[in-house]
Write a new protein. Structure first.
Length: 430
């Protein structure tokens, strides 16, 4: 029995190196970018998992015959992102540009043009996008160091491709076109529902806080008058204090999301660094706010991080007048985010400073009223968040089902001529 990547194939299937069934297997070329030109350029950024994103394409300054360009694309070319962690291996399929302009691939994208007498291009697309091949890409086909990796052309050419008869390849591709489109439509509907629930969640929060459309139903006072203190974490060369182990945990912006703290990738600072920066030590109940990147994202510090330190975060110590969770809700509202955005500086990354944080107007309510509002928000928003999470889980399951279906079809685990796609993944591992 013929096998590819440890998967047994049907008895009438064969397998061969990709280079033996392609007419072209090469990278594109580096373009000379202009604002408007006669040739569109497809880069890794425009070759997305959901299809080619034409809004991300740019133009090449070229006045000659486009077909002479290295990287000139033909209909049904398969595109393979070829550099960089997170983008390498992403597969695209070119059918033509929406405006009829000729297109080329840049030097970070590999073009696989199949010999149609041996390998149907759509079947090749689905095989290259399958989970076994994608895992094989990172296991055996890349060279270079972390974040500088690239796809090795010779190894790619030597990689085996399952080869059923061409007529069967086309049936499999037709089947997968239909079934993956159906799954993609279901996924899009669930994504849209999740987005609508997120909007509803925002409206509910603003309504219950009395901050709808930026018009508060309560009197507003600058944050600095409602809290005990506003300070900032370690800003100057924090990395000099980092240690691999045995230190004090330190939160960074990457650890903070609106209403949550992710402990993954927590750095540690030395005892000396922790002592040197006593002012940035955290207490349970503090509210930390991101300064750079996702500026304004806020979360209450949980008890397990009491005594930790932090790097480049704004620290709000609520004091007696304001409930921490209430402040978290206010700072994560669209009302507060608009003010953070207005006062953030920096052309590359938004950066929010302590002075601006102190001036954000927030509702001045008695603490008992704040706590009642938090209880109501926790209950109402919790239901919306739970439903939103269910849709997110469904999206994940649909993605797994899609991959299982592709893998099963391109390795001959079922006969597509008698399958419906709705049940063929039963018993197939994902």
């Amino acid at each position: 029995m013929t096998a590819v990547l440890g998967i047994g194939l049907p008895s009438d299937w064969s397998a061969t190196p990709l280079k033996h069934v392609t007419k072209v297997l090469n990278r594109g070329s580096a373009p000379d970018y202009v604002d408007l030109g006669a040739v569109r350029v497809i880069s890794q950024a425009s070759n997305q998992s959901g299809g080619l994103d034409w809004e991300r394409t740019r133009f090449h300054d070229f006045q000659g015959t486009p077909s002479t360009l290295k990287g000139y694309l033909h209909p049904d070319d398969v595109l393979i992102n070829s550099t960089g962690t997170g983008t390498l291996g992403r597969i695209g399929y070119f059918t033509g540009s929406p405006d009829g302009l000729p297109c080329m691939a840049d030097s970070h994208v590999t073009i696989a043009r199949t010999d149609r007498n041996e390998l149907d291009p759509r079947f090749a697309y689905f095989w290259l996008a399958s989970r076994p091949f994608q895992e094989y890409v990172y296991a055996a086909l890349v060279v270079g160091a972390t974040n500088q990796i690239e796809l090795n052309r010779d190894r790619l050419g030597d990689a085996l491709v399952p080869l059923p008869p061409v007529s069967e390849q086309r049936r499999i591709a037709d089947f997968l076109d239909t079934e993956t489109s159906r799954i993609d439509n279901l996924t899009a509907k669930r994504r849209r529902m999740r987005e609508l629930l997120s909007l509803k969640r925002e409206r509910v929060i603003e309504s219950m806080l009395g901050l709808e459309r930026g018009n508060s139903s309560h009197s507003l006072v600058p944050l600095k008058y409602m809290v005990e203190a506003v300070s900032v974490g370690i800003v100057i060369t924090p990395a000099k204090w980092y240690v691999d182990s045995g230190g004090t945990p330190a939160l960074r912006g990457v650890n903070v999301t609106p209403g949550g703290i992710n402990p993954v990738d927590l750095v540690q600072i030395s005892a000396e660094g922790h002592a040197e920066h006593a002012k940035s030590r955290l207490q349970a109940g503090d509210v930390v706010v991101v300064r750079t990147g996702q500026a304004g994202a806020a979360s209450v510090v949980p008890p397990e991080l009491d005594g930790a330190n932090c790097v480049d975060l704004i620290i709000v110590r609520p004091g007696r007048r304001i409930a921490p969770k209430y402040l978290e809700y206010v700072l994560n509202s669209e009302y507060a985010r608009a003010r953070v955005s207005e006062h953030s500086v920096g052309s590359i990354q938004a950066h929010f400073n302590v002075g601006a944080m102190k001036q954000i107007p927030i509702p001045s309510l008695p603490k008992r009223d704040q706590e009642e509002t938090v209880a109501q928000l926790d209950q109402t928003v919790g239901k919306i968040s739970h439903l939103r999470d269910k849709f997110a889980k469904q999206e994940q399951l649909l993605a797994e089902r899609r991959q299982a279906l592709i893998t099963a079809a391109v390795t001959g685990q079922f006969d597509v001529s008698t399958a419906s796609g709705r049940n063929v993944t039963e018993g197939v591992s994902v």
